[in-house]
Write a protein that binds this ligand. Structure first.
Ligand SMILES: [Zn+2]
Length: 304
């Protein structure tokens, strides 16, 4: 039993925690002074009163009977409604929202374009979501992995530093305007044909199993982590990247020179030398390089 079921509240209550109570079917509409309401996992809760206009934080994750978030909750700055599988919309009146967690809201088709103050949006596994609005220009964190209905990321999201769009299988490009990106995770984006060379602040690129990707840009001058396992079209990695790469994995890349990625991690400097020689082999497979090629493989073997 939660505080509501026990009657342990009054009209002056400002913070209420009643998560994981399956007996709870409603929240009293007299709690007009509530600022924070946590009712995660209340699977029989069918509504949130529209009188709770002072709420700034609402946590109603996995409330699977909830069909609506009231549009009167205009003071909300944080809304966590992950796994509310019967929710079809987020109210367009929530203009003060800065953080929205709506992962696994599988019936959500859009995010309102009026939520212009959002800085963080987590909509992973919203499998019916077709659009991220181009008005969300204050976003710096966007997680939309497994959004299989998404075809684009707006080119207006220029403040993004983190983008996780793993397994957005219909995404065909990453805008070249996202120049502030620090991390890009696009594992399994099988329709993605390129990564923009303008992402000069990129520190980490996870692009495993991007089976349509045929190049890694040379001008990713800040890249420290590159994971491109299973990129079956990749034929080379720009040598200049090894000046700053700290971790590199490329298993199951049939067209990349054969080498064991686990050897790269501990002695990167020696690796750089070997990798360079092996890359030479790939690009200039001529007799004159033969000795260097042998040396390269030997070096990699030694690191191991
Ligand atoms: Zn209860």
């Amino acid at each position: 039993m939660c505080k509501i079921c026990k009657g342990d509240y009054d009209k002056d209550t400002t913070v209420l925690e009643c998560s994981y109570c399956t007996n709870l079917t409603g929240i009293p509409d007299t709690l007009v002074n509530l600022i924070v309401l946590c009712c995660d996992g209340c699977t029989n809760l069918t509504g949130i009163p529209d009188t709770l206009v002072n709420l700034t934080e609402l946590h109603c994750q996995e409330c699977t009977s909830l069909t609506v978030i009231p549009d009167t909750l205009v003071n909300l700055t944080g809304l966590r409604c992950r796994g509310c599988t019967n929710l079809t919309t987020i109210p367009d009146t929530l203009a003060n929202l800065t953080k929205l967690w709506c992962d696994k809201c599988t019936n959500l088709i859009t995010i309102p374009d009026t939520l212009v103050n959002l800085t963080q949006l987590y909509c992973n596994r919203c499998t019916n979501l077709t659009v991220i609005p181009n008005t969300l220009v204050n976003l710096y964190w966007l997680e939309c992995s497994y959004c299989i209905s998404l075809t684009t990321i707006p080119d207006t999201l220029v403040n993004l530093t983190e983008l996780d769009c793993d397994r957005c299988t219909h995404l065909t490009n990453i805008p070249d305007t996202l120049v502030n990106l620090f991390e890009l995770c696009c594992d399994g984006c099988t329709s993605l044909t390129s990564v923009p060379g303008t992402l000069v602040k990129l520190d980490r690129l996870n692009c495993r199993k991007c089976t349509s990707l045929d190049t890694i840009p040379t001008n990713l001058v800040g890249l420290k982590f590159l994971y491109c396992d299973g990129c079956s079209l990749l034929t080379s990695i720009p040598i200049s990247l090894f000046d700053h790469l700290q971790k590199f994995e490329c298993s199951e890349c049939p067209y990349l020179p054969q080498c064991d990625p686990t050897t790269y991690q501990t002695r990167m400097k020696l690796y750089n030398q070997a990798a360079w020689i092996i890359q030479e082999k790939f690009w200039y497979p001529i007799w004159g390089k033969r000795k260097q090629i042998e040396e390269g493989f030997k070096l990699l073997h030694e690191i191991d």
